[in-house]
Each structure stands twice: as C-alpha cells, then as structure tokens.
Design a protein around this ligand. Structure first.
Ligand SMILES: [Zn+2]
Length: 175
C-alpha cells in the first residue's frame, strides 16, 4: 500500500477513484484487476466508513491492491462544488462524494468508479470519465425544484416555497 499526499501519477498506471458505495457494497472486489491499476481513495472516506464489514473490506483491499489515500486540492473541491450547485446535485452529494469528484481534477486521466447518480451526473458535466457496475445515466440531468401548489420553480433545493410556503418536489430535465 502506498500512501502519499502529492498528486503524482505514474505514466503506465490506470487510476480509479473509488467512492464509499464501491467499498461498502463490495463491488470493487468483483472487478478483474490489472497490475497497473491503482485505486485512489479519498482520505475522508476512512471517517465515513464505520461498519465492521466496510472496515474489513477496506483492510482487505489495502492488502490486495495498490491504493493511494488522497485529499483533493481546495481549488478542485470548489470547482466541483460550484458545478454540483449548478446542476442541482449538490444536496444529494456527501462530502466524500465531492472529494471523489474533486480528486478526478487533481488526477487527470483517472476514472471515477461510482454507482451514485448524482456523482455520475456531475462527472458528466465536468467531462470526467466514470464507470458504474449497475447502470449509467444516459443523459445529463438538470434538477430543479417546483412548488406543489403555485408552481414556482427553483434551481436550488428549497424545502418550502418562499412565495406561498407549500412543499416543493424535485424534478429534472434531460439536457
Ligand atoms: Zn408556492
């Protein structure tokens, strides 16, 4: 297991950035591995993983794979945050999710491994390659929130309509 903080990439390696669902749901183990495959895991994910199963998955991974634990640069995090706010995905993303996507900016030519729709959507928007094990969204989605009573639309998440106080619902349009 390699541990380093600077974002250095070896030429012939293929870097995959992994989110917590990959670890928790174990699907990372079912992939065929190449010797030149390196997994990048956000440092912060260690805090998120609390279940015994997920912890032992991570320990097992560390033995079998080349792993880098990394923290994304602040500029990458703010770029991704802005992008996620624009697409309406921000409220669906955990801090770890944001770190996963941000690391793709620090490691160009890496691939994000995630089954999370919001993560995939922001990756799409930023032209970041991603792979999923279950499904890929085919179109870029743009979310918006709409008041269930007066029909006012909002680009950001609001729990109740500022115009009439009624609850809102999330919708999306395909781009
Ligand atoms: Zn309203």
């Amino acid at each position: 297991m390699i541990q380093m903080n600077e974002h250095r990439q070896e030429k012939n390696s293929q870097y995959f950035i992994v989110d917590s669902t990959a670890i928790i749901h174990h699907f990372i183990f079912e992939r065929k591995i190449d010797d030149n495959e390196v997994l990048i895991i956000p440092e912060i994910l260690k805090e998120e993983i609390i279940s015994f199963q997920a912890k032992s998955n991570l320990a097992l991974l560390s033995e079998e794979r080349q792993i880098i634990f990394a923290t994304p640069t602040e500029s990458a995090v703010s770029l991704v945050t802005n992008s996620a706010k624009e697409s309406g995905d921000y409220s669906s993303l955990s801090k770890t999710d944001l770190n996963v996507i941000a690391l793709s900016q620090d490691y160009p030519n890496s691939v994000v491994l995630s089954d999370d729709n919001a993560v995939q959507n922001v990756c799409n928007k930023l032209n970041v390659k991603f792979q999923s094990f279950q499904f890929k969204i085919k179109h870029q989605r743009e979310y918006f929130w709409k008041c269930t009573v007066c029909g006012s639309k909002f680009k950001q998440k609001v729990d109740s309509c500022p115009d009439c106080g009624s609850p809102t619902k999330r919708y999306y349009k395909k781009k």
